[in-house]
Design a protein around this ligand. Sequence first.
Ligand code: BG6
Length: 464
Amino acid sequence: MMQSTSGSLVLLGATGHLATRRLMPALACCVPANLKVLAVSRKASTTDEYRARLQRPERVNEGDWNALLRQMHYIQADPEHEQGYTKVIAQLQGELVVFYFALPPQAVPAALEALHQAGAFTNESQTVRLVFEKPFGSDAASAQALRDLITKLSPRAEVYPVDHYLAKETVENILAFRFGNALFEPLWNRDFIREIQVTVAEADGVEERLASYKQVGAVGDLLQNHVLQLVALLTMDEPETYDHEAVAAAKQAVLKQLKATDTDTVLGQYRSAEYDLGTAETYVATALRVASDRWRGVPIVVRTGKKMAMDATDVTVHFRPAASSTFGAAGHANHLTFRLQPDESIFLTMAVKRPGEGMDLTVARMTFCYHDSFRGELGDAYTRILSAVLHGDKSVAVPLDHICEAWRVIGQLGVTHLPVMRYEPGSWGPGEADSLVPDGGWTVTQGDVCNGVTLTAGYNGTNA
Ligand code: BG6
């Protein structure tokens, strides 16, 4: 659509971390020449000053970056003062208008109202798309109320609550890997799988996102959305087809079966001498269950935290040990790891005979590295999202029923009454979370997997 029709993209929250670090670079890689970009924030700034604070990442070529800067204008607007938003609306051009709410969830309703007051939704010849970052709402009721507000203010608008994890190649590949190979799906159940672990660890702290982190914490920032979506992809049944609706329905079926408890949840906050994090958790770990025959008794143990020992987003499926009468206890329990980032890869550990006399077993691995097979082809998730929204591709929108179901699970964690344990920056989070994982401990992959330098599967990456 954008090839032939002109339009406008309004980026609300333009001075924030998400807009400056992720969305602008992503936009530079997909912005059509006839798209006007309006960067909007409460902060006083001129367009030139705003351009100057943006930094071109290396992966974005200079020509694309400069083209974006030329197409972009900054407007100061505060929902409490109508004139700013009126200026925004006056600048809109073309048949398509996309409003991207890169705002903390608490600021979204006021921005919607201000846009409505300024007449953003009245031009019937325009297609309006509204893009919302996670978390959408702060519980199921507020998510539903936000959806109702959108419908009331802008009944014609197309609504895109997005989750950029779902636009990552390595995440999309989970379904291809599970269902496109004959090998794994027959084993993908409680008879063969002992537990599944998900780690989303980040070495950075909350830094300039302190204010918004205090509102949402790690639970609202990562667990409710990215992590639970990963869990759904890992545990769902095969969809009837691979179209968006069928995949969404299969995911929703398993999200409905997810259960959490406060007794199996640990919250943490890293120690910081630089700033006061209040009561916000920067770490959460929880052992989830899926109430189905397929998954009965299999813990799905997940954790995510800031200021952790390293950047690593790993899913490890722990299979049950070999039931071999020959090798007995020496038989190996295979691990299948999806290293979602960095060093994007998939690897499987397996027992092999150690060369030499006798029949001693040792553990080896088979590794697939994205960069060996698809060098440079792992695109940026936000470019994917922006491009999909500009083309009206709804597959990047998270359905409201997924969002509400995820909030239901979050409601079971006991976030409001659990203590927040302190942990050292650069560690693996509070030691209390160790008791959530069965005997093998937390599993993370260390070292440069793809260059085969080091790998420690089954490493117990805790504070201890
Ligand atoms: C965002 C979270 O959605 O995802 C951030 O708000 C987090 O806290 C980020 O750092 C991680 O994204 P990525 O693509 O770098 O893994």
